[in-house]
Design a protein around this ligand. Structure first.
Ligand code: NAP
Ligand code: F7E
Length: 327
């Protein structure tokens, strides 16, 4: 039985990856940070199948001790401050988690066991003000937020430790991927959650920023498969993962409102406070290498993803409302 350690197991991707690895018969250990209230909503259903250990990307010794105790064969480093707007408000903390956290974890790997296979969660936000379209593994980076800058650091540090110490370390440059488990602050979930509330008569308005921004959106359940595939290759390599199709925020809005029979123009209001200091206008993946070398392909398309999220949020809001009625 192989052991996989997932940092960020309480996040969207961590929960899908844990499910995927359990099906592959892995022993799955999740790293969680100490909190006064537990935040295990996304992994509640897995609690008796996975092991949780406390450590923090900010604490070097905790990571070394964790690896010595768990002895994983694979590490998936998904933990990060991942919300782009927060990275302008807390740029130093973002760098500590999202950039230096990678150094701390790779130092722990180097010290404890250099045969560990290491996956780093790199991001299409590194392309930022894009230098070419579509973006592939050779496209130069031009990040547009402290988050993007921190991810570029983590990315090149992973490349550097691979080349310096011969580690099996690779980066997945993943484009936006969503699901019903996405945090409510990200635009896809913000839209699906509020569309459900409006449909159920609980509110009437949805405030958004830039409707023209375009992203290559896919389904998180498809993307965690690519992470695992990367660590099963003979040689460590970096891969771009995305669907190759881009849509605007407005497209997402239209499909979501349309799915519940509402006219989005009656409910969406533009809020200048939600426009970012520097925007990433248009991202689209060229995932040719992932498709040919990993034989990866997405199974859920954009329209299917949006509808899945709205349907899940209709259920979620009904449960939420019923629970608040009881308390
Ligand atoms: P997410 O839902 O925001 O989850 C982030 C996870 O990181 C949470 O489990 C969080 O724990 C943990 N974390 C944050 N700081 C930590 C620290 N100091 N020590 C330990 N754990 C810490 O993110 P996601 O969408 O699943 O994304 C997973 C990774 O992929 C992130 O690195 C993200 O930047 C990257 N990425 C995401 C996308 C995407 O579209 N989703 C695309 C490209 C790359 P708490 O629950 O305690 O907060
Ligand atoms: O924004 C626009 C916003 O916050 C998408 C993270 O997982 O993917 C994610 O980063 C777009 C942007 O994701 C609102 O300006 C308009 O252009 O859902 P988002 P993101 O910034 O692309 C990458 C790949 C990651 O790596 C990150 O960790 O939508 N937008 N109005 C809005 N965005 C938000 N959040 N809220 C709005 O009201």
């Amino acid at each position: 039985m192989r052991t996989a350690l997932i940092t960020g197991i309480t996040g969207q991707d961590g929960s899908y990856l844990a499910e995927f690895l359990l099906k592959k018969n892995y022993r799955v250990v999740g790293m969680v940070r100490r909190s006064s209230t537990e935040n295990f909503e996304r992994i509640e259903h897995l609690q008796d199948k996975i092991e949780l250990r406390q450590a923090d990307l900010l604490d070097q010794l905790s990571l070394i001790t964790l690896l010595e105790d768990v002895r994983p064969q694979e590490i998936y480093n998904l933990a990060a401050q991942s919300f782009v707007p927060t990275s302008w408000e807390q740029p130093v903390l973002t760098a500590e988690f999202t950039a230096l956290g990678v150094t701390r974890l790779l130092e722990a790997v180097k010290l404890v066991d250099r045969s560990i296979r290491f996956y780093q969660a790199s991001s299409s936000e590194m392309f930022g003000k894009v230098r070419e379209t579509p973006q592939n593994e050779k496209t130069p980076f031009y990040p547009r937020s402290p988050y993007g800058v921190a991810k570029v650091y983590g990315h090149f540090l992973t490349v550097n430790y691979r080349e310096s110490y011969d580690l099996f370390a690779c980066s997945g440059i993943l484009f936006n991927h969503e699901s019903p488990r996405r945090g409510k602050e990200f635009v896809s979930r913000k839209i699906s959650y509020n569309v459900a509330r409006i449909r159920l008569g609980l509110s009437n308005e949805l405030k958004l920023g830039n409707l023209k921004a375009a992203r290559d959106w896919g389904y998180a359940g498809d993307y965690v498969r690519a992470m695992w595939m990367m660590l099963q290759q003979e040689e460590p390599q970096d891969f771009v993962v995305g669907t190759g199709r881009a849509h605007t925020v407005q497209d997402l809005v239209e499909i979501a409102f349309d799915h519940v029979g509402l006219d989005w123009k009656k409910h969406v209001k533009l809020d200048p406070a939600l426009v970012r200091p520097a925007e990433v206008d248009h991202l689209i993946a060229d995932a040719t290498r992932a498709c040919t070398i990993l034989k990866w392909k997405p199974e859920v398309d954009f329209e299917g993803l949006v509808r899945m999220m709205v349907d899940a949020d209709l259920e979620y809001v009904r449960r939420e409302t019923a629970a608040s009625g009881k308390s």
